[in-house]
Every structure is written in structure tokens, then in C-alpha cells.
Design a protein around this ligand. Sequence first.
Ligand SMILES: Cc1cc2nc3c(=O)[nH]c(=O)nc-3n(C[C@H](O)[C@H](O)[C@H](O)COP(=O)(O)O)c2cc1C
Length: 191
Amino acid sequence: MKKIYPLILASIVISCIFTGCDKLRGRAYAPETPMDSTLVIYYSQNGATRAVAEELRFQLGCDIAEVKPVRPYNGDYDATVARMEDELQYGGVIDMEYPDIDYAKYKTIFIGTPIWGGKCSLPIYSLINEHYWVGKKIFTFCTYGSGGLDSMTRQVADTQKDCTIICGFGIENDSICNAPEIIHRYLDESL
Ligand SMILES: Cc1cc2nc3c(=O)[nH]c(=O)nc-3n(C[C@H](O)[C@H](O)[C@H](O)COP(=O)(O)O)c2cc1C
């Protein structure tokens, strides 16, 4: 019997994790009116920001685009920090694979990034340094271990001086499963 307890515990934990994250696929917040003139653009190394961006896209009923470095980061924390520090020494802009986007179509852009070293991830740093948008409303969002929304928003504001920048929302790794509710509340209060 003793051997069964760990199995039962493990299955409860696993089912709780999946039940919680099922909400991400639950489609509870379908948009009333799709927002054709809005774009969600993001980078994600390990999937957290992608999950949040996809949920945001769903709730807004808008387009989505993912940016990627030509040479992907391999997901290992130490290797990513070492490469990031190296690339920052050379201006921080790396070779990127940008999707072909007609930005003129969009009035509003949501930019999403994981926080790296308290700031934008290098791929998003590259995106905002290699594009200059005019007259857009830009919302920021991010995922993180503990914080970084304000400083990544400042980086966006510093590079996009002819846009209206709105500090959006950040979601901690521990709360990714609650993203649908967090996003719904944010959009309800902010749009
Ligand atoms: C290189 C690196 C640096 C990070 N630096 C921070 C940080 O300064 N502050 C923080 O709260 N989280 C930090 N994190 C945690 C990530 O922001 C967090 O895990 C994020 O949700 C990952 O998103 P992703 O799965 O979309 O890649 C860091 C992660 C990596 C890989």
C-alpha cells in the first residue's frame, strides 16, 4: 500500500497541473468583435511568452507573429546569459528572422518578451531597435520569474519615440496557467 501513495500523489499533482493549464485552452473569453487592426508580436525561448501571446491573440481576435533569432538560443540559462552578455558588447542587435508583416495594416501592436537580465530578451531588443513605427499604440507585455515590465517598457519607449507606449501586463512563471483570467481582466480594464 505504501508504494501506492507516491503514485496517487503524483497523479493528483499532474492532474492539477493539467486542469489548471487546460484553462489556457479553455477558450472562455472569445472576442465579441475581432480586432483586425491589432497585432501581437512576441519572442519566446521556452514557451511561457508564446502561451501568453496565443491567449492574448485569441481574446483580441487579432493577428499574431513570432520573431526568432537566425541562430536560436538553446534554452539553457547559463548559455543564454553568456551569449546575451557577448551580444550586448556588440550593440545587442542579433541576426533575426522577421516575419513578413505589413505594419501599415495595424494601429495597435502588443509586444511581448520574456524578461532577461531585468530587460527585454535580446530578440525583442533587436526587433525594437531595427524597426521604427510611427503613430502606433504599443502595449507591452512580458513573462518573468519575478519582474521587469517597467524596464522593458522603458526600452520600448526609448526606441519608439513616435508611438504611444502603454505599459501592459506581466505574468510570473508561477501564474502562466492563470493567463486567460489575467489577460481578460487587463483587457477589460484597459481597452
Ligand atoms: C537568460 C535569462 C535571463 C532571465 N532573467 C530574468 C530576470 O532578470 N528577471 C526575471 O524575473 N526573470 C528572468 N528570467 C526568467 C524568464 O523571464 C522567464 O522564465 C520567462 O517566462 C521565460 O519565457 P519563455 O518561456 O517565453 O522563454 C530569465 C531567463 C533567462 C533564460
